[in-house]
Design a protein around this ligand. Sequence first.
Ligand SMILES: [Mg+2]
Length: 233
Amino acid sequence: MIGRNNDDDRVVFFDVDDTLLDTSTFAQTARKAAIGLMVDNGLPLDKDEAYGVLKTIIRKKGSNYGKHFNVLTQVVLGREDPMLVALGMITYHNVKMALLKPFAETIDSLIYLKSQGYRLAVISNGITIKQWEKLVRLNIYSFFDEVITSEEVGAKKPDKIIYDVALRKMKGVPDKSVMIGNKFREDALGAVNAGMGAILVNSDITEEDREYIKKEQLDITIAESIGDINTIL
Ligand SMILES: [Mg+2]
């Protein structure tokens, strides 16, 4: 995919959630803990039901919406319950912070890529400060030169625009650069459309997707985990 040389126009772009850290698992655990406490303190549903309602709200409003627990009490009680909202929010944040850590091999892989002369950046469908906040909390922020987000660009992965902006910002040469992410469409197809290579980690890739990669001879490599990057780059 990318030869080893000393050029500095080689950029490795990373997705954040479920690529550098196990966002889905810790978010689910934190939400369940929050629901548990809200139900124990008077939200009149059983915990599975309440979690189901919360998931529906998150699906409708998006994960970056800041008032999921407010809406939950409105839906269940017909009015906002500030005490329950506060319990939910605080429990969610505390559990999330306690669990937040990178995948076991993330830091080794970042060190490896830097040792090979790659420059690193993030391309994320998300909010710029929130994504920097994750990198800071994980103590991996100093590996990355830039965080390019859909919030800033006004276009989401897999839109080619966000990849073009990221390449321009990093002065990266497309065919010497690579995107690493967990989503076939957003991360891999988006990057390939912008002329870059892609590596999928922890992906939910289907048989059809694999066939499509083969048929179209796309520059997409499927890795088991982020720890396999050093066998590819
Ligand atoms: Mg992701």
